[in-house]
Design a protein around this ligand. Structure first.
Ligand code: NAG
Ligand code: NAG
Ligand code: NAG
Ligand code: NAG
Ligand code: NAG
Length: 468
C-alpha cells in the first residue's frame, strides 16, 4: 500500500551557514548535525554509500526527514531499516536527487530521478510528495550547491521568470566561494565577448545581475557587434538610456535557463520587461533567441548561464498588427485582414508566423480575383489564413528546402519552403522579400505573391473569373 505524505518544504539555508568556515558551503553531514532537527537522518546517512554519492556529485538536492518524521514511523520500522543495509541505501537514495540543485520554489509538478532511480515529484505549492516510503517529510532541508548541471537529463531549468524568488538561497554572498566563475570573469576569459563586457560594465545592469538570485544572459559575440550597421555601436555608447534598455533585452533575471531542457516557443521575460523567444529547429540542430542563432550555449557562471549569440537582438516594435499597420507596403493586407474579421486572429498566440503579401503582391492579382475576394469574405479569410502558421514562430534560420508545414486555413493547406540555391527563400511560389521581423506575438516575413488555396481558386473560376 502506498501512502502519500503531504508536507511543507522549508528552506532555511541561512541557519546552516553561520557556524562553518566562511570559505565554503558546509558539508551536508555537518549541516544536518548542526541544525539539530535531523539527528536520525544524519545518523543513517553517516557511513552510507548514499553520502559518498552525494559527496562526489557536482550538485545535489536532499529531502531530509526530520526527527519528528521518523518518530511517526510504525514501531520497529526504523530498527528494521538499520538492520537491512540494502534497504537503508534504497530509502536514503529516494530522498536524494544527484547532479541537480533544485530550487523547489520554482518547480511545478516536475519529476526528478532520485538516487535510487525512483521518481520524486515536486510541486511548487510548496509541498513534497514522497510516495514510496512510510517516511513523512515534514521539513525538507534543501542544500543547493549551484544552478544547474547542464548534462543531466533530470536537471529541469528554472521555470517562469515571473516567479517570486525571494526565498531562494543566496548563492553568491561574499562569504561563499562560488563553484562557477562570476559572469564578468567568465566573459573575460572566454575572449569572444570584449565589446559586450565593455558595454555591460558601463551600465547599472551589472548591479542588477549581481543582485539577482539567478540569471540567463544572451551575450552578442564580438562578431555580432561587428555586424551592426556602421556608426550604430558608437550611437549606442553615446546614449546611456538606450544602451541600458538594449542590453537589458539580452538579460533574463531571477531564472537560470539551461537551453537543453527548454520547450519550443518559450518566451522569457527580460530585465526591461519585454520577452525574448526561444526556438529549437531540429532540422538544422539550432537553438535560437528571437530567431538569432545561439552559437555558444549554457556557459555556466555563478548564479546562472551565459549564451553567446551571433547577432545583437533588437526589441520588437509591437504586435504583428502594430508592425504591419505601420508599414506602407502592407496597406492592402491590413485592409483585407479587417474585411475578413481576422484582426484578433493572433492575439491569443505568442508564436504566430505570418507570410504577409505586400501591396505589389496583391496588385499582381487580376481585378476579377480581387473583386471576388472582396465580396466573399469566407474565402478571403481562407486565403489570408493560408499565409499564417499558429503556435509556431518560424524564423528563416529554421527554413530548409522542401520543409513543409500546415497553414492555419480550415483545410490546413500545406506551406512548403523552397531554397533557390543562392540564399533566396520562397514559401510555395511566393518569394520571401523580407525576413524575420520579430514581434511581440510572432514573426512576420514579407512575400511578393498571394497564395490562394486550390479549392478557393476553383471557386473563383466557377464564378467565371480568371484566377491569378
Ligand atoms: C564528504 O565531504 C566532506 C567535505 O569534503 C568530508 O569532510 C567528508 O568526510 C566526506 N564524506 C564522505 C563520506 O566522503
Ligand atoms: C540506477 O540505474 C543505473 C543505470 O540504469 C544503474 O547503473 C544503477 O545501478 C541504478 N541504481 C540503483 C540504486 O538502482
Ligand atoms: C558584481 O559581483 C562581482 C563579484 O562579487 C564583483 O567583483 C563586482 O564588482 C560586482 N559588480 C557590481 C557592479 O556590483
Ligand atoms: C548555429 O550555430 C551552431 C554553433 O556554431 C552551428 O553548429 C549551427 O550550424 C548554426 N546553425 C545555423 C542554422 O546556422
Ligand atoms: C512606426 O513607424 C514609426 C516611424 O518609422 C516608428 O517610429 C515607430 O516605432 C513604428 N511603430 C511600430 C509599432 O512599428
Amino acid at each position: 500500500m502506498k501512502t502519500v505524505f503531504l508536507c511543507v518544504a522549508v528552506i532555511f539555508l541561512g541557519a546552516v551557514t553561520a557556524q562553518t568556515a566562511p570559505s565554503a558551503w558546509p558539508d551536508i553531514l555537518a549541516a544536518l548535525k548542526a541544525d539539530g532537527r535531523f539527528t536520525v537522518f544524519a545518523d543513517l546517512l553517516e557511513d552510507s554509500d548514499t553520502l559518498d554519492r552525494i559527496n562526489t556529485s557536482s550538485h545535489f538536492t536532499v529531502f531530509a526527514p526530520t526527527d519528528a518524521a521518523f518518530a511517526k514511523l510504525p514501531a520497529g520500522q526504523l530498527d528494521a531499516l538499520k538492520a537491512d543495509p540494502d534497504k537503508l541505501e534504497e530509502v536514503l537514495g529516494h530522498h536524494v536527487v544527484l547532479k541537480s540543485a533544485i530550487n523547489v520554489n520554482t518547480q511545478q509538478d516536475k519529476n526528478f530521478k532520485a538516487a535510487n532511480n525512483q521518481t520524486v515529484r515536486i510541486n511548487s505549492y510548496p509541498i513534497v510528495h514522497m510516495n514510496m516510503l512510510r517516511l513523512c517529510v515534514c521539513v525538507a532541508l534543501v542544500l543547493v550547491g549551484a544552478v544547474g548541471a547542464q548534462t543531466d537529463s533530470t536537471d529541469i531549468p528554472e521555470t517562469d521568470s515571473t516567479t517570486d524568488d525571494t526565498d531562494a538561497p543566496e548563492l553568491g554572498s561574499t562569504t561563499v566561494a562560488p563553484i562557477y566563475p562570476y559572469i564578468i570573469d567568465a566573459l573575460t576569459s572566454n575572449g569572444h565577448f570584449t565589446v559586450f563586457l565593455d558595454l555591460l560594465e558601463s551600465t547599472d545592469l551589472l548591479t542588477r545581475i549581481n543582485a539577482s538570485s539567478h540569471f540567463t544572459v544572451f551575450a552578442p559575440t564580438d562578431a555580432a557587434f561587428a555586424r551592426l550597421p556602421a556608426g550604430q555601436l558608437d550611437a549606442l555608447k553615446a546614449d546611456a538610456d538606450k544602451l541600458e534598455d538594449l542590453l537589458s533585452y539580452h538579460v533574463v533575471l531571477n531564472s537560470a535557463f539551461n537551453l537543453h531542457g527548454i520547450q519550443q516557443d518559450t518566451t522569457l521575460k527580460t530585465a526591461n520587461n519585454d520577452y525574448v523567444r526561444i526556438n529549437t529547429y531540429s532540422v538544422v540542430h539550432t537553438v535560437t533567441v528571437d530567431g538569432v542563432n545561439i552559437t555558444i550555449k549554457n556557459i555556466p557562471v555563478n548564479h546562472g548561464y551565459v549564451n553567446g549569440i551571433e547577432k545583437v537582438l533588437s526589441q520588437p516594435m509591437g504586435t504583428i498588427l502594430d508592425i504591419a499597420s505601420n508599414r506602407s507596403d502592407l496597406t492592402t493586407f491590413i485592409s483585407l485582414l479587417g474585411k475578413a474579421n481576422l484582426n484578433n486572429f493572433f492575439t491569443s498566440d505568442r508564436s504566430t508566423t505570418i507570410f504577409a503579401p505586400n501591396n505589389d503582391a496583391f496588385a499582381k492579382l487580376s481585378q476579377g480575383t480581387l473583386d471576388y475576394l472582396n465580396t466573399h469574405t469566407a474565402d478571403l479569410a481562407e486565403v489570408l489564413k493560408f499565409h499564417m502558421i499558429k503556435h509556431y514562430a518560424f524564423y528563416s534560420i529554421g527554413m530548409k528546402h522542401t520543409f513543409s508545414i500546415d497553414s492555419s486555413d480550415q483545410h490546413k493547406d500545406i506551406l512548403m519552403i523552397l531554397e533557390d540555391g543562392s540564399g533566396g527563400l520562397a514559401i510555395n511560389h511566393a518569394k520571401i522579400v523580407e525576413r524575420d521581423i520579430s514581434s511581440v506575438n510572432g514573426v512576420v516575413h514579407i512575400v511578393d505573391s498571394v497564395l490562394i488555396p486550390v479549392r478557393v481558386q476553383v471557386a473563383i473560376a466557377d464564378n467565371g473569373v480568371v484566377v491569378g
